[in-house]
Design a protein. Structure first.
Length: 346
């Protein structure tokens, strides 16, 4: 029976060095291979040209590189690029490149499917199959960086964890991926250009604060009225608003980093004055800004985009209370690539 080979990217640099020493080679060989795996994002041992053929064969016999493959790429009329990403076990996730005049942003997935049950989200209709490994998250970023350079002649500038899955439910792997993305031995991106978006897992928000992370935090809020929020995202009954408020206050006290609230306004659900007043009040607990997101409907059901007037009412109320607010338009509508509402079309 063939033994399943270990993904070599699960090894630290020190473990790689130890592997080579144990196999009669020099420790620095581990440094060389580590550079190929991360800085050069190699998907094959054959690429490692400064390593002997015998060494490459030994690596092939002992390890695999469970890299992703962009199975299908769609380009929208507005320049948005959606990747259907095939994993080594055949499962599919999606990632999106979102360009503006001054930047390109990668929207990446952290899980196959999602364990949460947000009623408005296409991904929530897919059961969670598994967490993504750090290398699989890293590979999505590398692929979008290459597309950014190819189509827009500039490197990737920002990353948002707003694709498939709840990042804080895959905490360790997401943190390891971010460590490599920001490392000089990886992509050397500034953590200030990375935003992790959560649906409000209070305990893990506190853990991030304790871990002294340097990236930004976004919270998918959608309502500051408990009953309404629970209707939109039923799992939030386990992470109620007082608990979320306390976690965010803890986050700000520890990090001094503003929170961004992601907030979709739906017709007949949270487009009334009571909802606006509740949001304004919630925003005063910690320094924050609000992204009002244009909704990309997934069917003809209950969740439909609110009127422009409703959005204007939110903007006016927030600005009158000195809360920074902006409207984020849905991108890639012709290819169904609204970041954060990704659907698996495979």
């Amino acid at each position: 029976m063939e033994i399943e080979k270990k993904d070599i990217r699960s090894l630290t640099k020190e473990q790689l060095r130890d592997f080579f020493v144990a196999n009669g080679d020099k420790a620095f060989r581990g440094n060389q291979v580590y550079e190929w795996l991360w800085s050069k994002a190699s998907h094959s041992f054959e690429d490692m040209t400064n390593v002997s053929k015998e060494t490459r064969a030994m690596l092939e016999n002992n390890f695999v590189i469970n890299h992703i493959k962009v199975d299908q790429m769609q380009r929208s009329e507005d320049g948005t690029v959606k990747n259907a990403v095939r994993l080594h076990d055949g499962l599919i996730v999606e990632s999106v490149l979102i360009p503006t005049e001054t930047r390109t942003t990668a929207c990446v997935s952290s899980q196959v499917g999602c364990s949460l049950d947000c009623n408005f989200c296409a991904t929530a209709r897919l059961k969670r199959m598994r967490n993504l490994e750090p290398g699989e998250i890293y590979d999505q970023v590398v692929a979008i960086d290459r597309e950014s350079r190819l189509y827009y002649n500039r490197p990737l500038s920002n990353i948002v964890f707003m694709g498939m899955g709840e990042p804080l439910m895959n905490y360790n792997n997401v943190m390891k991926a971010i460590d490599m993305i920001t490392s000089e031995e990886g992509l050397a991106m500034s953590p200030k250009r990375i935003t992790v978006s959560t649906s409000g897992v209070s305990k893990m928000i506190k853990k991030m604060a304790d871990d002294e992370v340097k990236f930004k935090l976004a919270v998918s809020l959608h309502s500051a009225i408990e009953e309404t929020r629970n209707h939109i995202m039923p799992f939030t009954k386990n992470f109620q608003l007082p608990e979320l408020r306390e976690a965010l206050q803890y986050w700000y006290k520890k990090t001094k980093s503003k929170v961004t609230y992601e907030y979709v306004v739906w017709k007949g659900i949270n487009d009334d004055k009571a909802s606006i007043d509740a949001l304004v009040k919630f925003c005063k607990y910690v320094p924050c800004k609000v992204n009002l997101i244009e909704y990309n409907p997934i069917d003809d059901g209950e969740f439909q985009q609110a009127s422009d007037q409703a959005i204007d009412n939110y903007i006016k109320a927030l600005e009158q209370n000195d809360i920074v607010a902006k409207v984020r338009r849905s991108r890639g509508k012709d290819i169904d690539a609204a970041c954060g509402q990704l659907a698996n079309k495979s």
